[in-house]
Design a protein around this ligand. Structure first.
Ligand SMILES: *Cc1c(COP(=O)(O)O)cnc(C)c1O
Length: 395
């Protein structure tokens, strides 16, 4: 099989019609826990499903090819993927992570630090001085999330890879927000890509899963061995569903980001919105870097609603098509309030430092019609405006 297949072809058709038993066009789901030995001391490719399983292996191979990596490990969740990569660190190692990383990542790395597993510093990776100070301590691993959650801060992956390479650190990029359809960090010099496959890769909000893709085969093998030791490998059924979702990754994301761009432009022009965070807007500080390293701006955006918590409360109860829920990357549009939802576990001080205010909302744009989504937002904003006018006239 040629290494240079277009990723669209890989997503749509990797593993199609390879079944030797019945010629199944869709790769079969192998639920079996265990696999018969061919004979004494003669195991087949797979012997026990925690260690390896044909359905999970096919998903791993597909993800590795999509990201341009040498190998991948499919695990039970995005958190398990991040934990797997960082499990390589010891008490003398330092990790550098973004100050506004995914809330669960912040909690995981802090908990590992508090237990003495390794040290971690959280820095604003757009703050040149803070970053230089962190690199002076010779970190072993650097985590980048770009675009970040929920402010869509963009980090230059290639320059981070150069920097990490010079100081002997491995670079890990959480590519959950864009997926390999829009960004391929390994081709920009990263050592690992991690995914919450729960999001765009599966894309249908019915699986929790994760994956690590490594640039080096030996790293992929080391991580696969450890995932087997700790037993965090993903289930075959989830792998099957994720591969099924992945078939339509490219057209889904293409449509979703087109709608997201239109929503961002609409919000930017609304008087009740004080800021819109979307890398596709030329006003976004990361716009130029995003244009360079991404092949699209994605379908996630953040915006700041005037009127703080009261306005947010009214807004999220007024929307009809957007659902108030955590998660992202599915076919349905969601709205989340980071301060009380995804980032509620972060201490208020760290949250403020990360710029997550009470008026900040995050949208994950799905596949509904653009006009319906914009009119839903329009009606919800009108209802916020109405309550604010009523409150003022009552004074
Ligand atoms: C959701 C998410 C995670 C965690 O993934 P789970 O599958 O929920 O464990 C990690 N990073 C980012 C950017 C995410 O959005």
């Amino acid at each position: 099989m040629s290494k240079s297949r277009d990723p669209r072809t890989v997503a749509a058709a990797n593993g199609v019609a390879i079944d030797t038993a019945f010629g199944a066009v869709t790769p079969p789901l192998h639920l079996s826990t265990t696999f018969a030995f061919e004979g004494f001391e003669r195991s087949r490719t797979h012997d026990y499903s925690r260690t390896s399983n044909p359905t999970r292996s096919l998903l791993a191979e597909t993800l590795a090819e999509l990201e341009g990596g040498a190998g991948a490990v499919v695990v039970a969740s995005g958190m398990a993927a991040i934990d797997l990569v960082f499990s390589q660190l010891g008490p003398d190692d330092l990790a550098v992570a973004p100050h506004d990383c995914y809330g669960g990542t912040h909690r995981l790395l802090s908990a590992r630090r508090d237990r003495g597993h390794f040290d971690v510093v959280f820095v604003d990776q757009n703050d040149e001085q803070a970053l230089a100070r962190a690199f002076e301590k010779f970190p072993s691993m650097v985590l980048v999330e770009t675009p970040s959650n929920p402010l869509m801060r963009v980090v230059d992956i290639r320059s981070m890879a150069d920097r990490a390479g010079k100081s002997g650190a491995k670079l890990v990029v959480d590519n959950t927000f864009l997926s390999p359809a829009l960004q391929r960090p390994l081709l920009l010099g990263a050592d690992y890509v991690v995914h919450s496959t729960t999001k765009y890769l599966n894309g249908h909000s019915d699986v929790v899963g994760g994956a690590v893709v490594a640039a080096a085969r030996s790293d992929a093998e080391t991580l696969a061995a450890w995932a087997n030791v700790v037993g965090t490998t993903g289930s075959p059924f989830d792998s099957y569903l994720t591969l099924r979702g992945l078939r339509t990754l490219f057209p889904r994301v293409a449509q979703q980001q087109e709608t997201a761009h239109a929503v961002a432009r609409y919000l930017a022009g609304h008087p009740l919105v004080s800021a819109v965070y979307y890398p596709g807007l030329s006003s976004h500080p990361g716009h130029e870097i995003a244009r360079r390293q991404q092949s699209g701006f994605g379908a996630m955006l953040g915006f700041e609603l005037k009127g703080g918590c009261g306005a947010v409360h009214r807004f999220v109860e007024a929307v009809r098509i957007f659902t108030l829920a955590e998660s992202l990357g599915g076919v349905e549009s969601l709205v989340a309030h980071p301060a009380t939802m995804t980032h509620a576990g972060m201490d208020p001080e760290a949250r403020r430092t990360a710029g997550i205010t009470d008026g900040l909302l995050r949208l994950s744009i799905g596949l509904e019609a653009e006009a319906d989504l914009i009119s839903d937002l329009d009606l919800a904003l009108a209802s916020v405006e109405e309550t604010q006018v009523l409150a003022q006239s009552a004074l």
